[in-house]
Write a protein that binds this ligand. Structure first.
Ligand code: ZN
Length: 248
């Protein structure tokens, strides 16, 4: 990783100063700076030892066939407690508050953007903060999932006894169409796109950004990515550090 140069910082600031409909598209790197492990990084969940590969555990088929094992993994690896938003989350919320940012599109499922104050957050992969009974649709918060379980370790609805499922898009499930439509709409109307904390190699991130037709496309990622060539400004640095410096 190189650090952001003064020239890059000045250019980013001038882009932001001249924009009114910024869209931020964020990946795992935004959350890892808050201490949440990245599924796909070398030290992330995908290289840790379980009886099944994590992408199999986190599939819809596995959820219904091996629910207890799914929840054992889910509670340990995905329900991370005590995590706080970082400087990137807070600055994006401030930009929205100031009327300069129209949407945050995120691949993360931790709710940290809302915790920082962002309102229009489009969660492509859902959220661990929302959970629903598969029988009667009663909603449950994350703390219920952590603290309530039957003898097998499965959280059950306190109204009907049904199985509770997180509102997270599992492998084999489709993304929410309404969320996708709103993300596309925001991208089409955006005058600046900031992509942060993602290598853009994970489907479906790569395809989505084609809806952006503006001329200010900024990529902020610690490491170089295959997509660096498409951006008008590339900064290899911490997303929290770079956005934290922005003046509004
Ligand atoms: Zn129920």
């Amino acid at each position: 990783m190189k650090n952001e140069t003064a020239e890059q910082a000045t250019k980013l600031q001038s882009y932001i100063d001249s924009s009114k409909r910024i869209v931020f598209f964020g990946g795992a790197g935004v959350s890892t700076e808050s201490g949440i492990p990245d599924f796909r990084s070398k030290d992330g969940l995908y290289n840790q030892k379980w009886d099944w590969p994590p992408e199999e555990i986190l599939s819809a088929d596995f959820f219904f066939a091996n629910t207890a094992e799914f929840y054992r993994f889910y509670r340990e690896k995905l329900l991370v407690s005590g995590i706080k938003p970082n400087a990137a989350h807070y600055k994006l919320a401030e930009l929205e508050q100031a009327g300069k940012l129209s949407a945050v599109i995120t691949q993360n499922i931790d709710g940290l953007h809302q915790a920082a104050g962002s309102k229009n957050v489009l969660e492509l992969h859902g959220s661990t903060l929302r959970n629903f009974c598969t029988k009667c649709s009663k909603p449950f918060d994350a703390s219920y999932i952590s603290s309530h379980q039957d003898e097998k370790g499965i959280p059950r609805c306190d109204k009907c006894g049904g199985l509770i499922k997180p509102d997270v898009v599992l492998y084999g499930e489709s993304l929410n169409q309404d969320t996708i439509s709103r993300a596309i709409d925001a991208l089409q109307k955006a005058d600046m796109l900031i992509i942060g904390g993602t290598s853009l190699t994970v489907y479906p991130a790569a395809g989505r950004i084609n809806y952006f037709s503006g001329n200010k496309l900024v990529l902020i990622n610690k490491a170089a990515t295959q997509s660096d060539g498409i951006a008008t400004l590339v900064i290899h640095d911490s997303i929290g550090k770079v956005l934290g410096r922005i003046a509004i």
